[in-house]
Design a protein around this ligand. Sequence first.
Ligand SMILES: Nc1nc2c(ncn2[C@@H]2O[C@H](COP(=O)(O)OP(=O)(O)O)[C@@H](O)[C@H]2O)c(=O)[nH]1
Ligand SMILES: [Mg+2]
Length: 338
Amino acid sequence: MPTDVPAPRQSPPAPAEPTAEPSRQGWLNRLRTGLKKTGSGIQAVFVNAQIDDELYEQLEEALLMADTGIPAAEHILQDLKDRVWRHSATTPQAVRNLLVDAVAEVLKPLEKPLEIGRHTPTVIMVAGVNGAGKTTSIGKLTKHLANEGCTVLLAAADTFRAAAREQLAIWADRNLVEIVSQAGGDPSAVAFDAVNAGKARGKDVVLVDTAGRLPTQLHLMDELKKIKRVIGKADTEAGSGVAAPHEVLLVIDGNTGQNALAQVKAFDDALGLTGLVVTKLDGTAKGGVLCAIARWGEERARTKPGTAPVPVYFIGVGEKLEDLETFDAREFAQALVG
Ligand SMILES: Nc1nc2c(ncn2[C@@H]2O[C@H](COP(=O)(O)OP(=O)(O)O)[C@@H](O)[C@H]2O)c(=O)[nH]1
Ligand SMILES: [Mg+2]
């Protein structure tokens, strides 16, 4: 039986403040604090405001400052105007609540649970630029999956630096899970061995860490494609028509701004992404780039039949094991709008 890890939270229909359980509430506060700059920028627009063209202009400016990019900002503004008209909203507070609705609707396609259990093992390959938070997110994800009762095997396919292997080994120790690692080996070979070991040992999930790289480093992107290809060869379920890796995740640093969208596009072209992890949203991230990614995903789904928006499975709000949470469009919209 496939199990969804974890179940998405239902969004409340009304734009009221969410009443989350205490642990999630604490984490939400961290997200709010992280996105404070954006939140207070947008909130300031509503102080003593009239509902007129100037308000919409200032809102568009605030959205652009938050890194939404022009297409997403224009889309949100147009939708907001429609909502204000439909609801006959007359107070700044009502318009603000409708803005939360509009942003939540843009972000909604990004909300999707990571599904584990359809394949044994579920093979998850993790990619991204240097320092994005790949290895840390793998550590946190391992804990998250273990909490859901899944057994995990880690593959240290970042073979360039000994320190990278050691870092993953520390996360493996903390989580009491096994790791497949090889000094100076070929990353494809490590990934291949790990998938075979995961299969032989009956693991639920194999998480493959890879070395950071820029999309412009073409030979390194080719190497990433090779890792993906070779993982497919190791997969004994490949005959079923669904070759591993079953998930290809891109980890992006929430502080990267609009460049994050460029990274998503480039890694998607090379690998065909199935999901995203957005890290460091506890810092000084502006957060609006998720709106840009959502709009791009919608556009891609429209122009390339058979494709769906690339969901944000998790967001990172700190460096500790428990600082990874599922993405909830409404919560994020609320934190963003302040
Ligand atoms: N504040 C904060 N720091 C993070 C988060 N995720 C990762 N980091 C830090 O970012 C740095 C790079 O992380 P690492 O996992 O090594 O990146 P990698 O090169 O992509 O594997 C480390 O110092 C991490 O502790 C996060 O969600 N919040
Ligand atoms: Mg790393």
